[in-house]
Design a binder for this molecule. Structure first.
Ligand SMILES: [Zn+2]
Length: 318
């Protein structure tokens, strides 16, 4: 019990002890039940619970998480668009209870028995547990305003929303269903690139999704592609850049290879704002930049417009 005495002495608490602590038990032993509270200085830190505030990477303001959620994950000070999960995004866009998910249980296999730092099946499993998603895209038929729409939304938190065979297959089935039911397609993309753990099978998804969109286009049905931060590589080189209308969120990084790779390859200085949505709008690659809060309304406007055009076209060709 010598240690107890030592601790109290070292903290300078022993002088006040007798008044609040019962007298030591026989043999000079301390009653541990009445140990004084230590380290009261810590409570200041605990007044601000962790995870309630997020620092905006653009303006460095501390934003209250609840405020951020209510603002659709957009910084209220500088309009920086934080990444947003697929479920959250669907919730903000579609009419309540209208989203009928397709292929909800589809999950990756491991054709190459691929192992990097962890075996591929374990990596998939870990992301499934962490994100509560089966893979990096959610697809389904829903209503946006009065329009029935085939909607696909990618989620960056699942292996950087890489384009693997599940993402490709789910989107292809979505597009094919839309073609069959004569529905417009909206795909909200974000991606770090191809799912390298699936090798060639991952690259095949670019051709497969593009072919499905070609059949959809042959039927003169609209496809809206939305590019969010970041949309790169295989996704940008296939379905994300094939929209009849290509929209982007403000400040989104959009490109094929990253700026460093391009700079190293071309040995040229890149222009300011290179690969941002704003730069691409100026250069004609995308049609409009739409803030997240206006996205739903803009979808409705565009679909109204495209549907009316379609009706007129069908009527005149008949
Ligand atoms: Zn900000």
């Amino acid at each position: 019990m010598a240690t107890t005495t030592f601790t109290k002495k070292s903290l300078g608490l022993e002088t006040n002890e007798p008044a609040v602590t019962p007298p030591p038990a026989k043999g000079g032993q301390t009653n541990f039940a009445k140990k004084p509270k230590l380290g009261s200085g810590k409570s200041k830190k605990r007044d601000i619970p962790e995870g309630l505030w997020t620092k905006c990477p653009k303006c460095e303001t501390m934003v209250f998480d609840k405020e951020l959620d209510e603002n659709l994950k957009v910084c209220p000070k500088c309009e920086y668009h934080f990444p947003v999960g697929a479920r959250e995004r669907i919730h903000s866009l579609v009419e309540t209870c209208t989203f009928e998910e397709m292929d909800a249980e589809m999950t990756s296999v491991d054709p190459l028995k691929f192992v990097d730092k962890t075996p591929y099946p374990r990596r998939v499993q870990e992301h499934q547990t962490a994100t509560n998603l089966k893979d990096a895209v959610l697809t389904g038929i829903c209503k946006i305003g009065e329009h029935r729409v085939a909607l696909g939304v990618m989620d960056l938190s699942f292996i950087a929303a890489s384009l693997g065979s599940v993402v490709g297959e789910k989107l292809t089935r979505l597009i094919e269903r839309a073609t069959e039911k004569e529905l417009p397609v909206i795909i909200i993309s974000t991606s770090g690139g191809a799912r390298m753990q699936e090798g060639m099978l991952s690259l095949m998804q670019m051709a497969k999704t593009s072919a499905a969109l070609a059949y959809h286009a042959q039927r003169r049905l609209p496809y809206l592609s939305v590019l969010t931060h970041p949309t790169t590589a295989g996704v940008m080189a296939s379905y994300a850049s094939l929209g009849d209308l290509i929209l982007a969120e403000p400040g989104a990084m959009i490109g094929f290879a990253g700026p460093r790779v391009i700079k190293d390859t071309t040995q040229a200085e890149l222009p300011p704002g290179f690969q941002t949505a704003e730069f691409l709008l100026d250069h004609g690659l995308i049609d409009a930049i739409v803030p997240r809060k206006e996205m739903k309304q803009r979808f409705i406007q565009y679909l109204d417009f495209l549907n009316n055009r379609l009706k007129v076209a069908t009527a005149t060709s008949a």
